[in-house]
Design a protein around this ligand. Sequence first.
Ligand SMILES: [Zn+2]
Ligand SMILES: [Zn+2]
Length: 195
Amino acid sequence: MSAGATTPFERRTLHLLPLALQAEDLSLVSWLGSALAACAGFLPVQDSPLPLDRAWIDHSLGQCSSNLIVDALIERSGGRADEEWTLAITAADLCAPGRQFVFGEAALGGSWAVVSLARLHAADSDEPADIIRSRVLTESLHELGHLAGLAHCEQPGCVMVRAALPTDVDRKDAEFCPACRLSLTIALAPEPHHH
Ligand SMILES: [Zn+2]
Ligand SMILES: [Zn+2]
């Protein structure tokens, strides 16, 4: 692996925001920060935990709307610079229009994303913690790819392939395929008119 291969995000600041998480999941958040630093070059910062806002709950489904969460996070961003991204990690079960559940959501080309732990466990098995961690990392990197403006990819194994089930996540790597990596490089390149 070349030296540049581990830093597609060029030491970009990434805030990790625990959102409606149990205390025992906070160690997962700090692990995720280190893992995203190691595999993608982010500079992780852990934000103070936020509770669940009842306004996000879709009462007919008993789930939280991922759209409403991302919108609320953008609204309370408090002037955080656009180049500083924030990934919320939540235990809340997320729904989105037309989907029974989603692993996460990102404002495409924006600065705010959310990833949920709720559906990353295969329902009928007692899976080891490292499998869950690896799925959280993969789906987090997927949402961060969307923040960079990447769409879904068809290349088997690429992190930007859309996953519907936890086992789909296991078939992906926490890595971008060459085409997505090229798109990332172009998308994240500094604008020429800036110093
Ligand atoms: Zn996606
Ligand atoms: Zn790809």
